[in-house]
Design a protein around this ligand. Structure first.
Ligand code: COA
Length: 160
């Protein structure tokens, strides 16, 4: 299995490795703690069976985050990025995003993502890492009492 060790800009050592089916229960625990509208378990199971690249980050044998990215037809899409609430703002999201970009470099020209307009933390991260706004999808996400818009963002990758 592929794995690598990297340091966040705060000096935290992370071990990155591909997600396997046995990781899904703890991934779901983190997913539910990080999102108001978490993915279903079946979404992760489908990603493991598909062409998606699914990687997790561990610190001292503890799951601290994960990222899911896919590519096809010259484009790539960031599908999920999550960091455990107690480990946020330590540079883990930045490392996971950089790793996702590396996974699709040479396989796509553009990397796209969708994010809730209210998700300031994620929008800050994406903007800092070179994503720019390319559009909006009206009422795209459910909220507790209605819907909210999605921001569509993109990053230019090196030409294939
Ligand atoms: C979005 C998320 C992945 C960021 O992960 P993280 O590990 O906390 O992010 P990092 O520590 O790498 O932060 C990198 C940069 O993002 C921005 N950022 C991150 N958290 C922020 C916050 N709370 N407020 C403002 N900016 C923030 C900052 O620019 C930060 O750089 P800095 O700390 O040097 O100022 C994390 O908050 C998360 O898992 N949120 C819940 C799930 C989610 O919303 N996923 C994205 C769905 S589209």
């Amino acid at each position: 299995m592929n794995s690598l060790s990297i340091f966040t800009h705060t000096g935290l050592e992370l071990f990155l490795r591909e997600i396997t089916a046995t990781d899904i229960p703890q991934i779901m625990t983190l997913e539910r703690s990080a999102h108001t509208h978490p993915w279903r378990q079946s979404s992760f199971e489908d990603c493991l069976k598909g062409r998606q690249k699914c990687w997790l980050a561990e610190s001292k044998n503890l799951l601290v985050g994960y990222v899911v990215v896919t590519h096809g037809g010259g484009d790539a899409e960031l599908l999920n990025i999550s960091v455990a609430p107690q480990f946020q703002r330590k540079g883990i999201g930045q490392c996971l995003l950089a790793h996702a970009v590396n996974c699709v470099k040479g396989k796509a020209d553009m990397l796209f993502l969708e994010v809730r307009v209210s998700n300031r933390k994620a929008i800050e991260l994406y903007s800092k890492e070179g994503f720019f706004e390319v559009g909006q999808r009206k009422n795209y996400y459910p909220t507790v009492n209605g819907h909210e818009d999605a921001l569509l963002m993109a990053m230019q990758l090196d030409p294939i």
